[in-house]
Design a protein around this ligand. Structure first.
Ligand code: ATP
Ligand code: TZP
Ligand code: MG
Ligand code: MG
Length: 261
């Protein structure tokens, strides 16, 4: 079966990003490397129009303000009306009340297609045991059990990423064990991943296939980059290069995925 990365490259989807100030440039370059077209648009005066012409919308609360959260809700509702998939990256949820309340507000007002976060963020969103320190988070609960608990509470397909990634919806749980620890030394590795998931969602109707396809592709690119570069600076550049270089055949060969229903 063809891997969805090849379909992303064929369709070159336009990804509307309302994202944080730390990762905007990395996200735009990463989406270009993947084969998608990025646009960053945050103003409340234009987000609805942009979301409706986009192939997918990313909402990332990494450097949120009240005005930006209002814009995210406007964009999300417009995307919902137009049938455009929406990804939420709840950066730092649990670190402050404002972050937690804002992510919950978005989930209440917008029909989100996928939530992607680390274990601490997802555990906080779901109201189960979690530690979050700034934008980094973990949970004491086994990650597969956490995924089930979080899905039961949130009722939104989600991806919990870390050493192994877990994707869950109402039908199945998928585990992807590609990736490399150097990704944790590059700021925005998670944020870009959420934008890449948005691109994959725009070319597939099956949500868990889109998310796990994005995760396996992203992990293989990181593994390739780490074969040649063991320091974060050169790894970051090599990773962008590998996002560009890796194709579906290579991902199909190297992906490590297990499924349970
Ligand atoms: P954090 O802020 O806690 O670093 P994040 O939002 O940056 O979280 P990560 O969970 O680090 O997101 O996920 C980003 C990518 O890094 C994913 O592809 C994930 O599989 C990969 N990754 C994270 N930790 C590891 C690890 N220890 N080994 C392999 N891959 C990892
Ligand atoms: N501070 C606010 S947003 C941000 C930081 C450091 C980027 C977080 O990126 P990621 O992808 O979650 O590591
Ligand atoms: Mg990170
Ligand atoms: Mg993150």
């Amino acid at each position: 079966m063809n891997h969805l990365i090849d379909e992303v490259r064929k369709q070159q989807p336009l990804i509307h990003n309302i994202t944080n100030q730390v990762v905007m440039n990395f996200t735009a370059n990463g989406l270009y490397a993947v084969g998608a077209a990025p646009v960053m648009a945050h103003a409340k005066e234009e987000v609805e129009e942009m979301a409706q012409i986009a192939s997918a919308l990313l909402l990332n609360i990494g450097t949120l303000t009240k005005e930006q959260v209002d814009a995210m809700v406007l964009a999300g509702k417009a995307a919902n009306q137009a049938g455009v998939p929406v990804v939420l990256d709840p950066v730092g949820v649990g670190a402050t009340t404002f972050r937690t309340d804002s992510a919950k507000r978005i989930l209440q007002e917008v029909n989100v297609t996928c939530i992607r976060g680390n274990a601490g963020e997802i555990a906080n969103l779901a109201g189960v045991g979690a530690q979050v320190r700034g934008v980094e988070g973990s949970s004491d609960i086994d990650v597969q059990q956490l995924a089930s608990l979080a899905f039961d509470t949130l009722q939104v397909p989600l991806a919990i990423t870390g050493e192994k990634d877990v994707v869950i919806d109402k039908n199945e749980q998928v585990i992807i064990s590609n990736g490399h620890p150097l990704l944790t030394k590059v700021t925005g590795a998670g944020c870009l991943l959420s934008a890449v998931i948005a691109a994959f969602l725009s070319v597939s109707d099956k949500v868990t296939d889109a998310i796990s396809g994005a995760l396996s592709y992203y992990g293989v690119a990181a593994e390739n980059a780490a074969e040649k570069h063991q320091y974060p600076g050169s790894f970051q550049i090599a990773f962008l290069d590998q996002l560009f270089a890796v194709d579906g055949a290579e991902v199909n060969k190297k992906k490590r995925i297990t499924r349970s229903s």
